[in-house]
Design a protein around this ligand. Structure first.
Ligand code: TXA
Ligand code: MG
Length: 347
C-alpha cells in the first residue's frame, strides 16, 4: 500500500478550504485508515461504525483483538449516538476537560459501532481531542473515529509524524503531519460506569485536576499492583519498550554513575534516560534528555521521542531515571514501568 502524506500548518485556519484534510477525511469515509495528530499522541483513525475499517487498524498495528479502541468525536452531539450519557459525573468531567486529554468510559449504545471497537465489552471509551487537525478531520469525515495510538503494538506511542511513518509506512492509507504533539503521553482513561469515577489509565489530565473538578476519584489498583488484573484490557500488555532492555534506576547520581561503569566494564554499551538538570553527571555511552525534572510536563512531552531515539544507537542496556508520582509524573512513571517490565534497580 502506498501511504499518502499530507502536511498541515496548524497555525492556519483549517476550517476553510484545506484540501489535505478533505482528502484525508475522504479516505476515512472510504473505510481506510489515516493517522493524525492529537494533543497527546498521533492516532490511527478509522470509521468506528464499519467492521472492515476497524479491522484494518488492528491489522496495521498488530494489535491484540481483545484490546478495545477509543472513539474520537468532534462535537458533543455525537456522544448520544454512541453512548448512554446520562451520568452526572461524566457530564461534569466533559464540561471541564473536553476538548482535551480525557477519555471517558460509558455504557455503549447497541448496534451503532463496529463490535470490534469495543472488543465485545458493553462499554465504550470516548474522547474529544483538543487539536485543530483532529477536530476538523473528524468533522469532515462525518463519523465517529476509532483511533488507538499510531504505533506498532508494543512500541512507544508516536509524538511526531516521522514516528508513525517509521512504524506504519506501507501499512496504512495516509498520515496527516501536523507537527509534534504537545502533551506527549496519552489521555487519562476514566470509567464513569460506577458510583465514583475510576482512573483506568493515568494520562494527560492529572488525578489532582479530576478531583478539583469532580470530587474524589479512585485509581484502579490493577495499574499499580502487578499482582492484580487491571480493569482496562490494554493495561495488561507490555508497551513503550525500546529495543534494548530497560530498567528504572533509583539512587544518588554517584551510585548511578558507578553502576553504569560496572556495566561498561562488563563490556556493555550503556544508555541513560535523564533530564537537563542531571545529564552532565553521567558518563554513559548514550545519554538522552527527555525534559526538565522541575517541569514534569516537559518530561511527558519528550518521553516517547527519547525512548525511540535509543534504537538508533543500539545500547545493550538502558537505565531510566525515576520521577515523582504526582501530577503528570503518574503517567510518566506508569509508562516507564511498563517499558521496564517493572524492573526497578536501587543503585
Ligand atoms: O491519547 C490517547 O488516548 C490516544 C490518542 C490517539 O487519542 N489514544 C490511545 O489509544 O492511547 P490506545 O488504543 O493506545 O489506548 C486506549 C486504551 C487502552 O488501554 C484500552 O484498553 C482502553 O483505552 N479502553 C478502550 N476502550 C475501553 C473500555 N470500554 N473499557 C476500558 N478500557 C478501554
Ligand atoms: Mg497505544
Amino acid at each position: 500500500m502506498n501511504t499518502k502524506l499530507w502536511t498541515v500548518d496548524v497555525k492556519e485556519d483549517l476550517s476553510t478550504n484545506y484540501p489535505q484534510i478533505t482528502q484525508a477525511a475522504r479516505l476515512l469515509q472510504q473505510n481506510e485508515t489515516v493517522a493524525f495528530p492529537t494533543e497527546t499522541v498521533y492516532g490511527l483513525g478509522a470509521n468506528a461504525k464499519n467492521n472492515d475499517a476497524v479491522a484494518k487498524i488492528y491489522e496495521a498495528k498488530g494489535r491484540p483483538s481483545d484490546n478495545p479502541l477509543i472513539v474520537h468525536i468532534a462535537e458533543i452531539g455525537q456522544l448520544k449516538e454512541i453512548a448512554e450519557a446520562d451520568s452526572a459525573q461524566a457530564e461534569t468531567l466533559m464540561k471541564h476537560f473536553w476538548p482535551g486529554p480525557l477519555t471517558i468510559v460509558l455504557p455503549c449504545k447497541k448496534g451503532v459501532l463496529s463490535t470490534r471497537v469495543t472488543a465485545g465489552l458493553d462499554t465504550v471509551a470516548v474522547r474529544m481531542p483538543d487539536h485543530p487537525v483532529a477536530l476538523e478531520l473528524i468533522k469532515r469525515a462525518g463519523v465517529p473515529v476509532a483511533a488507538p495510538s499510531a504505533n506498532l503494538s508494543g512500541k512507544p506511542s508516536p509524538t511526531k509524524a516521522e514516528h508513525v511513518i517509521h512504524d506504519l509506512n506501507g501499512r496504512i492509507a495516509g498520515v496527516v503531519d501536523g507537527g509534534p504533539t504537545g502533551v506527549g503521553v496519552e489521555s487519562t482513561v476514566v470509567s464513569c460506569t460506577g458510583d465514583v469515577p475510576v482512573i483506568l489509565r493515568p494520562g494527560g489530565v492529572t488525578k489532582e485536576q479530576l478531583e478539583e473538578a469532580a470530587g474524589p476519584v479512585l485509581i484502579d489498583q490493577g495499574i499499580t499492583d502487578e499482582k492484580k488484573a487491571p480493569l482496562s484490557p490494554g493495561m495488561k500488555y507490555t508497551h513503550y519498550a525500546p529495543e534494548a532492555p530497560l530498567a528504572i534506576i533509583k539512587g544518588s547520581l554517584k551510585n548511578i554513575q558507578q553502576l553504569i561503569e560496572q556495566y561498561q566494564k562488563d563490556g556493555m554499551r550503556v544508555g541513560i534516560l535523564t533530564t537537563e538538570e542531571r545529564a552532565g553527571a553521567y558518563r554513559a555511552d548514550v545519554v538522552r534528555i527527555c525534559g526538565r525534572r522541575d517541569r514534569l510536563e516537559t518530561v511527558a512531552a519528550g518521553l516517547y521521542d527519547s525512548l525511540r531515539s535509543f534504537d538508533e544507537e543500539k545500547p545493550d542496556f538502558i537505565f531510566a531515571e525515576s520521577f515523582p508520582e504526582e501530577g503528570v509524573g503518574r503517567a510518566v512513571m506508569n509508562r516507564l514501568l511498563k517499558a521496564a517490565g517493572h524492573r526497578v534497580i536501587e543503585a
